[in-house]
Design a protein around this ligand. Sequence first.
Ligand SMILES: Cc1cc2nc3c(=O)[nH]c(=O)nc-3n(C[C@H](O)[C@H](O)[C@H](O)COP(=O)(O)O)c2cc1C
Length: 196
Amino acid sequence: MNKPGLRKIVLLHGHPDPDRARLGYALADAYERGARSAGHELHRVDIADLDIGFVRSKRQWDEELPAPEIRALRERVEASDHLAVFFPLWLGTMPAYCKAFWEQLLRTGAPQNGSATAPSILRGKSARIVVTMGMPAFFFRWYFGGHGVRSFERGVLKIMGASPVKTTLLGSVEGRGEAGYRRWIAEMNELGERCN
Ligand SMILES: Cc1cc2nc3c(=O)[nH]c(=O)nc-3n(C[C@H](O)[C@H](O)[C@H](O)COP(=O)(O)O)c2cc1C
């Protein structure tokens, strides 16, 4: 049992690239540091370190158990209070490898009440989505309606019970400059501290 105010966080870093120099790692690191310094319990997964296969059929979805490490992670997710989800925007949405990860995480491989989708496993959990992108964030929101992120927010996290789900869009990553990166790192650190 955690002390009052201290929460169990699962940080899911959905960057397919294992190169630790990518910005996403620095942001996830900052969130992790903030959360740990405040005393929250945090379990982190960098999906680039996992060997994730694609779900290719309904039969597989319904009947084939996900890999043991994915099942163990799902148990951690179920036992958590808060999810911190990071990914870069690729072709307007999350990278395919990241989507493949979520498809593996959210299926049971063993139907209960006719469904092999993990039933409401996110109920009662809050979530923060952090997405980096090349275009300006306002342009993604205004011109694209933020669809590639909203479909994940509403069609995956919220529909499986997470609430509230908050989103941070970090745009124009290439031209940000040192001071801009430092502000983002500080922002992530603070979000982690507040488990937000
Ligand atoms: C395959 C690929 C597709 C991308 N597609 C988009 C896109 O559709 N829109 C966008 O704004 N940026 C796009 N980008 C830029 C990435 O979002 C950006 O490089 C990333 O968020 C930077 O974070 P990182 O250093 O952690 O990779 C793309 C980058 C790659 C490699």
